[in-house]
Design a binder for this molecule. Structure first.
Ligand code: 5GP
Ligand code: MN
Length: 336
């Protein structure tokens, strides 16, 4: 047994107070992996709470156990109490603590031992124990592996399986991105044998749009898409006003950036949106173009082919900064 697993077994040997958290605006991998770990640790007799640093999209409200999630900002005192009183804090699908927004300090200063379970590049190093693999398709895949490493494969219930399957499905783009390994398919097959209805998972996530969301996407593609063949780049720039016009909700921009990358001969796709008091940028790439290098210029990171960052400049100035970066980083863009 390797040292990480031995250490974790020791920490979990008697009942603990455990907090699980993940990144702000959690996606299906973040929530699915958190809930799978929650259900597993509860079955092992621990007292477990899940705190999300922000709200999350409605299309995730069917995940088994979702009703137990605390939305941090709805009751910040309770969230702080959970983090401060925990023996262990599991941080999932993040490797920089600023990804928990306003709870960063509380988590950092808590005396709890911190365990990071993650698959992103270039970790900050806040944790006491790391179960991390950049090559893993998803944090959900890592939860599957962790439960097996702990010798508890038999504790994977259909509910845990459903959470893991959904996280893997969405982080692999329904098993089509380059992170879809044979191992991913083997795990997915096993999860189906354990009771996952893969069709239902897909329908719940992807056949759940409001008509406004489709109209919003139509508007963005017609009016907000800029294609720069000279840089093999396309970006979608969406102003706050457009969000208001279509009454956009959390999660409604999910997948929008992929349209930019779906254009023939485009190697870098970007989505810039004004959210709260900042501009959020999503980068997607292919053909050896490093999305993460562009995200880093906006204080962010992620994976080689999928990354994100933020800008405190106006949308117009963010766009200008991005255009300057394209010129400065031409060598990343595989132009010849
Ligand atoms: P998305 O564009 O879907 O928000 O995120 C793409 C990937 O980049 C995800 O794996 C996400 O965790 C990561 N990511 C997104 N925004 C940020 C950010 O502001 N900082 C860091 N470090 N990673 C981010
Ligand atoms: Mn993930």
């Amino acid at each position: 047994m390797d040292d990480t697993i031995r250490q974790l077994q020791e920490w979990l040997a008697s009942p603990r107070r455990i907090a699980i958290t993940t990144h702000q605006k959690p996606d299906a991998d973040a929530l699915g992996s958190s809930l799978a770990l929650y259900l597993y640790l509860q079955a092992r007799g621990h007292k477990v709470e899940v705190v999300s640093p922000t709200d999350f999209p409605d299309f995730l409200r069917w995940l088994p156990g979702v009703q137990h999630i605390h939305i941090g900002p709805s009751d910040p005192d309770r969230a702080a109490w959970i983090f401060e009183g925990a023996d262990l804090i599991f941080c999932l699908d993040l490797n920089w603590l600023n990804r928990v927004n306003e709870f960063e300090k509380t988590v950092r200063n808590s005396e709890a031992r911190k365990v990071m379970i993650d698959h992103h590049m270039e970790p900050e190093g806040f944790e006491d124990l790391s179960y991390s693999d950049e090559k893993a398709s998803s944090t959900a895949e890592l939860i599957y592996r962790l439960i097996h490493d702990l010798g508890d494969g038999s504790l994977i219930t259909p509910e845990i399986a459903e959470n893991i399957y959904t996280g893997m499905m969405t982080d692999t783009g329904s098993f089509r991105y380059t992170n879809t390994s044979p191992q991913v398919h083997r795990i997915a097959a096993h999860l189906m044998e354990l009771g996952v209805d893969s069709h239902r998972a897909y329908e719940n996530i992807y056949s759940n749009s409001s008509p406004e969301r489709l109209r919003f996407i139509g508007h963005c593609l017609s009016n907000c898409l800029v294609v720069l063949p000279q840089y093999k780049t396309a970006y979608i720039k969406v102003d706050r006003e457009v969000f208001r016009q279509f009454t956009i909700r959390t999660g409604d921009t999910e997948g929008l950036v992929n349209y930019a990358l779906g254009i023939k001969d485009v190697n870098l796709g970007v989505l810039m949106t004004t959210q709260d008091d900042m501009v959020k940028l999503s980068f997607r790439s292919r053909n050896e173009v490093p999305a993460a290098e562009f995200a880093k210029e906006f204080g962010g990171g992620g994976h080689f082919y999928a990354a994100g960052g933020k800008s405190l400049l106006s949308l117009a100035d963010t766009e200008k900064k991005f255009l300057d970066l394209l010129e400065a980083h031409k060598s990343y863009l595989q132009l010849d």
